[in-house]
Design a protein around this ligand. Sequence first.
Ligand SMILES: Nc1ncnc2c1ncn2[C@@H]1O[C@H](COP(=O)(O)OP(=O)(O)OP(=O)(O)O)[C@@H](O)[C@H]1O
Ligand SMILES: [Mg+2]
Length: 293
Amino acid sequence: MPPFSKIPRLSPWTEDEDHPTQWTKDLRPFAYAFLEYRIYQQVGPHPCLVECLGINEENALVLRRMRNGSIQTYLLENPRPDFATRAQWVVDIAHGMGHLHASGVLWNDCSIFNALVSDDGAHALICDFGSAIIWPPVACPRIDVALPPYAVPLSHAFASGNPWAPDLFSLAGVALFLLSWQHPCAAVPGLNGWPNEEEYLERIKAHERGEFDQLDPTRFGEHFVRVVERGFRLKYTDAQEFARECEDALKHWKDAFSRGELPDPDTMIPDIPADTPAATAAIADVVTDPQPF
Ligand SMILES: Nc1ncnc2c1ncn2[C@@H]1O[C@H](COP(=O)(O)OP(=O)(O)OP(=O)(O)O)[C@@H](O)[C@H]1O
Ligand SMILES: [Mg+2]
């Protein structure tokens, strides 16, 4: 945890009744809003980034409001989207991140909390560049922003020499979760995540040892297996390459699935009834404390 609590606070999206299509991120002091706005300006608009509308007279960052909220909130409030939709979200997040990298920006905060769902539910758009870094950094880069399991182990990042290491690693984690519905995001009820803190800590230690989760090729096909594997191993030049391979993997999966050569991976996800006391308690925990763990 950082030694001080975060200064920026968000005003609730329902507050601004005059502008129901806008999301105002009320950051104080002004420098925070300006820095984030500066990132939006540097990278320019992209279909996989939420639209930035500017800074208002109260020094808040104004974004187009996405009424479905983040992937995290969407998954809590809606039935699980099918595999192809979740895979498309991963492709979109990777394209959004690729757009940042092409413009020399390390996102540094990729997670299901910072990816929004389009109004039709079919696509994802990335947001929250409050921790982003314009690369190369003029000062020591902060590559420790993300909490585990999104955080790349520092030794792994430095050994790779990959300047996009924090982003590629967290993108692989998001991909693993959205594709297979398993950790590293066990805060969503019904997930096949870690049952207790001990196991969670053990997973973090495994990451430190360079042992990462893999997808099962018989369930997902070799292309998706390779994308997640190469992501965790930081083998991509940047997220643009990740996005291209991920998009390709989705095409291969759709072809193989339509020919009956691959199963629907979701048929192997154990279902937890939505209204069990455990699930309800888990939802309450997540809503009051929106952290991965
Ligand atoms: N444009 C938007 N439309 C709808 N919901 C949004 C929008 N932008 C953000 N949100 C929601 O608000 C939450 C917090 O926003 P954001 O991630 O930008 O702030 P933060 O995490 O507090 O910022 P920072 O990391 O800069 O301190 C997101 O996780 C998402 O649920
Ligand atoms: Mg955020």
